[in-house]
Design a protein around this ligand. Sequence first.
Ligand code: HEM
Length: 401
Amino acid sequence: MALVGELDLPELDLGDPDLVGDEYHRRLAQLRSESWLARTPVAVVVLDRAAGEFFLRARATAFPGRQIAELFGITSGPLFDHIDANILNLSGDTHRRLRSIVGGAFTPAAANRWRPVMRELLEEIWKNVDGDADGQAEFVAAVAKPYPALTIATILGAPPEDAPRLHEWSTWVQKQFDIRALTTDLARIEAAVVEVNAYVEDLLAQPPEASTLLGALVAAEEEGERLSHAECVNLAVNVLAGAIDTTQSQLTHALHLFAEAQDQWALLASSPDMVPAAVTEVLRVEPVTPFTARICLDDIEYHGVVFPEGTIVAICAERGNREAGEAFDVRVGHDARLLTFGAGPHFCLGANLARAELEEALGFLAPRMPDAHLDGPVRFGGIEGIYGIETLPLSWSTGAA
Ligand code: HEM
């Protein structure tokens, strides 16, 4: 039986600034043609879907949040406390209890109930785009950035005017998962954690409306034993942080993909029933969480390889998803089990909400900007944390729809 550390594996540098756009897909495809495993300085990367799912579901693995924090010297203080209590870093009965308390607020039916709110928000956002831009906009600033922050503010029960602040905090708090940012921006990440916790405590000082997520969490807290006050605050912060940058990035990638596949975009405008399949295809080919990670809590054997206790495994959703095909095509309807939202007990809590938000956005935008195309250089973010697009200049013919 081979030990993973003794294998001769191809190397991958996730911090390489060239590893974005087409080059990133090309390099990962090249690696996969050499092996189902690759090596980074801190992790072994798993490049095939079945193996990825195996590690995500294995009982003897956990999200390595605490271990990564320790590597960066985060062993006490507010950021450590936040990481220690983050739902991703919890397991067993505690994790199951929290998921069961909050799960009802994130079912497909619960997500669907927010669709009218999403449409109203899109109408509001579009008024500014349409009015100011005359068929031209930097899509991130104009649409992708405000939309998920406004949506989650409403769901949580926060005032809409706070959405920009929530956006800012989400961006920084999520960087606890980004190894490069932990080196360069630790103080800012920690400050964001302190600020967003204080903000949620302030919101909770007034009784929240029962129909909001905070209302549901406070009801669970008031039932005693089910949810402590600290857990209530942590869950609200985890949802806030998880809901914004992810959906913003996924929506921007969607528009980027369609700007380069205009026939498919036109198809969405004329056949809105294709929107759910289009969202699945976007999630498949451009997962904004290209890598998630697990640490082995015991020696684990898979495919004749031993991953010793303590090994950090990075699971590559991008390669796993693309086993079904490299090309973006909303018409094919790939029967793909996606890794974009993870798998197993930590499967994304907000997956239904994210899908609903993306469906509403694509259904809304396709008829309003039917020939949207690139109108300048695209600036990509890095792939280590959430793989975003920083600027996406688009133009389209006005007067449509
Ligand atoms: C396209 C958008 C999104 C993507 C791609 C995404 C991706 C993911 C992934 C991959 C995981 C699992 C990580 C792991 O197991 O290591 C996860 C977990 C999670 N996501 Fe999302 N997410 C998205 C949107 C959202 C939204 C809208 C929310 C909030 C409502 C949210 C809240 C969470 C939470 C709280 C967890 C932790 C669940 C747990 O530990 O049990 N996400 N997400």
